[in-house]
Design a binder for this molecule. Structure first.
Ligand code: ATP
Length: 194
Protein backbone atom coordinates (compact mmCIF):
# COMPACT_ATOMS: atom_id res chain seq x y z
CA UNK A 1 0.00 0.00 0.00
CA UNK A 2 1.49 3.33 -1.06
CA UNK A 3 0.82 6.12 1.43
CA UNK A 4 0.68 9.70 0.18
CA UNK A 5 0.45 12.88 2.23
CA UNK A 6 -1.34 16.02 1.07
CA UNK A 7 -0.30 19.11 2.96
CA UNK A 8 -0.27 22.86 2.50
CA UNK A 9 -0.82 26.05 4.43
CA UNK A 10 -4.19 27.11 5.75
CA UNK A 11 -6.55 27.89 2.88
CA UNK A 12 -4.19 26.51 0.22
CA UNK A 13 -6.89 24.12 -1.01
CA UNK A 14 -5.88 20.77 0.51
CA UNK A 15 -9.47 19.70 1.04
CA UNK A 16 -10.45 20.68 -2.49
CA UNK A 17 -7.48 18.76 -3.92
CA UNK A 18 -8.30 15.72 -1.77
CA UNK A 19 -11.90 15.80 -2.97
CA UNK A 20 -10.61 15.43 -6.53
CA UNK A 21 -8.40 12.48 -5.52
CA UNK A 22 -11.48 11.07 -3.81
CA UNK A 23 -13.41 11.29 -7.10
CA UNK A 24 -10.58 9.33 -8.71
CA UNK A 25 -11.26 6.56 -6.19
CA UNK A 26 -8.44 7.26 -3.74
CA UNK A 27 -9.42 6.87 -0.05
CA UNK A 28 -8.60 10.00 1.98
CA UNK A 29 -7.92 10.19 5.72
CA UNK A 30 -8.31 13.71 7.09
CA UNK A 31 -5.84 13.92 9.99
CA UNK A 32 -7.05 17.31 11.19
CA UNK A 33 -10.67 16.14 11.54
CA UNK A 34 -9.55 12.84 13.05
CA UNK A 35 -7.38 14.64 15.65
CA UNK A 36 -10.34 16.79 16.74
CA UNK A 37 -12.54 13.72 17.14
CA UNK A 38 -9.94 11.81 19.16
CA UNK A 39 -10.19 14.30 22.01
CA UNK A 40 -13.76 13.11 22.59
CA UNK A 41 -13.57 9.48 21.53
CA UNK A 42 -10.20 7.96 22.46
CA UNK A 43 -10.04 6.77 26.08
CA UNK A 44 -6.27 7.13 26.38
CA UNK A 45 -6.30 10.65 24.92
CA UNK A 46 -9.12 11.71 27.27
CA UNK A 47 -7.28 10.29 30.31
CA UNK A 48 -3.98 11.91 29.39
CA UNK A 49 -5.55 15.30 28.66
CA UNK A 50 -7.35 15.12 32.02
CA UNK A 51 -4.10 14.21 33.78
CA UNK A 52 -2.51 17.34 32.32
CA UNK A 53 -5.30 19.87 32.80
CA UNK A 54 -7.71 18.35 35.32
CA UNK A 55 -11.09 16.63 34.93
CA UNK A 56 -12.94 19.92 34.37
CA UNK A 57 -11.35 20.25 30.94
CA UNK A 58 -14.20 17.91 29.91
CA UNK A 59 -17.88 18.64 30.41
CA UNK A 60 -20.39 15.82 29.93
CA UNK A 61 -17.76 13.83 28.04
CA UNK A 62 -16.93 16.67 25.65
CA UNK A 63 -13.64 18.55 25.59
CA UNK A 64 -14.05 22.22 26.53
CA UNK A 65 -12.19 23.51 23.51
CA UNK A 66 -12.41 27.14 24.58
CA UNK A 67 -10.63 26.41 27.87
CA UNK A 68 -7.94 24.30 26.20
CA UNK A 69 -7.41 27.00 23.58
CA UNK A 70 -6.88 29.62 26.31
CA UNK A 71 -4.35 27.43 28.13
CA UNK A 72 -2.44 26.67 24.94
CA UNK A 73 -2.50 30.28 23.80
CA UNK A 74 -0.69 31.35 26.95
CA UNK A 75 1.65 28.38 27.31
CA UNK A 76 3.47 26.91 24.32
CA UNK A 77 4.79 24.03 26.46
CA UNK A 78 1.20 22.97 27.07
CA UNK A 79 0.67 22.88 23.32
CA UNK A 80 3.74 20.63 22.93
CA UNK A 81 2.37 18.30 25.59
CA UNK A 82 -1.05 18.07 23.93
CA UNK A 83 0.58 17.44 20.57
CA UNK A 84 2.72 14.70 22.10
CA UNK A 85 -0.51 12.95 23.14
CA UNK A 86 -2.54 13.47 19.97
CA UNK A 87 -0.04 13.25 17.09
CA UNK A 88 1.16 9.67 17.76
CA UNK A 89 -2.48 8.59 18.17
CA UNK A 90 -3.46 10.08 14.82
CA UNK A 91 -0.51 8.26 13.20
CA UNK A 92 -1.67 5.01 14.82
CA UNK A 93 -5.26 5.51 13.58
CA UNK A 94 -4.05 6.42 10.09
CA UNK A 95 -1.87 3.31 9.79
CA UNK A 96 -4.62 0.97 10.96
CA UNK A 97 -7.15 2.69 8.63
CA UNK A 98 -4.70 2.41 5.70
CA UNK A 99 -4.27 -1.33 6.27
CA UNK A 100 -7.99 -1.82 5.71
CA UNK A 101 -8.06 -0.06 2.33
CA UNK A 102 -7.83 -2.05 -0.88
CA UNK A 103 -6.79 0.68 -3.32
CA UNK A 104 -3.29 0.96 -4.79
CA UNK A 105 -2.62 4.00 -2.64
CA UNK A 106 -4.22 6.10 0.10
CA UNK A 107 -3.98 9.75 1.06
CA UNK A 108 -3.47 11.41 4.43
CA UNK A 109 -4.52 15.06 4.41
CA UNK A 110 -2.93 17.18 7.14
CA UNK A 111 -2.02 20.82 7.60
CA UNK A 112 0.97 19.88 9.75
CA UNK A 113 2.34 16.74 8.14
CA UNK A 114 5.97 17.67 8.78
CA UNK A 115 5.49 19.29 12.19
CA UNK A 116 3.64 16.21 13.52
CA UNK A 117 6.16 13.69 12.09
CA UNK A 118 3.31 12.06 10.14
CA UNK A 119 5.49 12.34 7.02
CA UNK A 120 7.67 9.55 8.42
CA UNK A 121 4.90 7.05 7.60
CA UNK A 122 4.40 8.33 4.06
CA UNK A 123 5.98 7.37 0.74
CA UNK A 124 5.25 10.60 -1.13
CA UNK A 125 4.22 14.10 -0.13
CA UNK A 126 2.15 16.51 -2.18
CA UNK A 127 2.25 20.17 -1.21
CA UNK A 128 -0.65 22.37 -2.23
CA UNK A 129 0.62 25.85 -2.90
CA UNK A 130 -1.29 29.12 -3.20
CA UNK A 131 -0.18 32.71 -2.79
CA UNK A 132 -0.53 34.03 0.74
CA UNK A 133 -2.92 36.80 -0.35
CA UNK A 134 -5.26 34.24 -1.96
CA UNK A 135 -5.14 32.04 1.13
CA UNK A 136 -5.93 34.91 3.49
CA UNK A 137 -8.84 36.02 1.32
CA UNK A 138 -10.28 32.49 1.04
CA UNK A 139 -10.07 31.72 4.75
CA UNK A 140 -11.53 35.11 5.75
CA UNK A 141 -14.49 34.31 3.52
CA UNK A 142 -14.80 30.63 4.48
CA UNK A 143 -14.45 31.03 8.29
CA UNK A 144 -15.75 34.58 8.57
CA UNK A 145 -12.66 35.72 10.50
CA UNK A 146 -10.36 38.74 10.33
CA UNK A 147 -7.17 39.08 8.31
CA UNK A 148 -5.17 39.22 11.57
CA UNK A 149 -6.68 35.93 12.75
CA UNK A 150 -5.71 34.20 9.50
CA UNK A 151 -2.19 35.64 9.65
CA UNK A 152 -1.70 34.44 13.23
CA UNK A 153 -2.69 30.91 12.12
CA UNK A 154 -0.28 31.11 9.19
CA UNK A 155 2.52 32.06 11.61
CA UNK A 156 1.97 28.80 13.52
CA UNK A 157 2.65 26.73 10.41
CA UNK A 158 5.79 25.87 8.51
CA UNK A 159 6.49 28.35 5.72
CA UNK A 160 5.55 27.29 2.21
CA UNK A 161 9.11 27.45 0.91
CA UNK A 162 10.18 24.75 3.38
CA UNK A 163 7.11 22.65 2.63
CA UNK A 164 7.80 22.81 -1.09
CA UNK A 165 11.41 21.72 -0.59
CA UNK A 166 10.35 18.74 1.50
CA UNK A 167 7.55 17.65 -0.84
CA UNK A 168 7.80 15.29 -3.81
CA UNK A 169 5.06 17.07 -5.79
CA UNK A 170 3.57 20.55 -5.73
CA UNK A 171 0.07 21.45 -6.86
CA UNK A 172 -0.42 25.12 -7.68
CA UNK A 173 -3.84 26.39 -6.65
CA UNK A 174 -4.07 29.99 -7.71
CA UNK A 175 -6.89 31.47 -9.77
CA UNK A 176 -5.33 30.83 -13.16
CA UNK A 177 -4.18 27.22 -12.60
CA UNK A 178 -6.49 24.28 -13.26
CA UNK A 179 -6.42 21.69 -10.48
CA UNK A 180 -7.81 18.67 -12.32
CA UNK A 181 -4.94 18.14 -14.82
CA UNK A 182 -2.35 18.57 -12.06
CA UNK A 183 -4.11 16.03 -9.84
CA UNK A 184 -4.59 13.53 -12.69
CA UNK A 185 -0.90 13.83 -13.63
CA UNK A 186 0.26 13.06 -10.07
CA UNK A 187 -2.36 10.29 -9.75
CA UNK A 188 -0.95 8.58 -12.85
CA UNK A 189 2.62 8.98 -11.63
CA UNK A 190 1.77 7.38 -8.27
CA UNK A 191 -0.15 4.54 -9.94
CA UNK A 192 2.92 3.75 -12.03
CA UNK A 193 5.16 3.41 -8.93
CA UNK A 194 6.30 0.02 -7.57
P1 ATP B 1 -7.46 24.43 5.90
O1 ATP B 1 -6.00 24.30 6.11
O2 ATP B 1 -8.02 25.59 6.59
O3 ATP B 1 -8.21 23.16 6.18
P2 ATP B 1 -7.49 23.87 3.06
O4 ATP B 1 -6.06 23.93 2.63
O5 ATP B 1 -8.08 22.51 3.24
O6 ATP B 1 -7.70 24.76 4.34
P3 ATP B 1 -9.75 24.43 1.42
O7 ATP B 1 -10.72 24.32 2.55
O8 ATP B 1 -9.73 23.35 0.40
O9 ATP B 1 -8.28 24.68 1.98
O10 ATP B 1 -9.92 25.83 0.66
C1 ATP B 1 -10.09 27.02 1.41
C2 ATP B 1 -11.27 27.82 0.86
O11 ATP B 1 -10.89 28.36 -0.39
C3 ATP B 1 -12.50 26.96 0.61
O12 ATP B 1 -13.63 27.73 0.90
C4 ATP B 1 -12.41 26.63 -0.87
O13 ATP B 1 -13.66 26.40 -1.45
C5 ATP B 1 -11.74 27.89 -1.43
N1 ATP B 1 -10.85 27.64 -2.58
C6 ATP B 1 -9.90 26.68 -2.68
N2 ATP B 1 -9.26 26.76 -3.86
C7 ATP B 1 -9.83 27.78 -4.54
C8 ATP B 1 -9.59 28.40 -5.83
N3 ATP B 1 -8.68 27.94 -6.67
N4 ATP B 1 -10.37 29.44 -6.17
C9 ATP B 1 -11.30 29.92 -5.33
N5 ATP B 1 -11.57 29.41 -4.11
C10 ATP B 1 -10.84 28.36 -3.71
Amino acid sequence: MIKVGVTGGIGSGKTLVCEIFGHLGVPVFNADIEAKELYNTDKEVIEQVQQLFGHDIYHKGKLRKDILAKIIFNDSKALDKVNAIVHPKVREYFLSWAEKQTSKYVIEEAAILFESNAYLDLDYIINVHARQESRIERVMKRDNISKEQVISRIKNQLCDEKRMKLADFTIYNDDNRMLLPQVVDIHQKILSKR
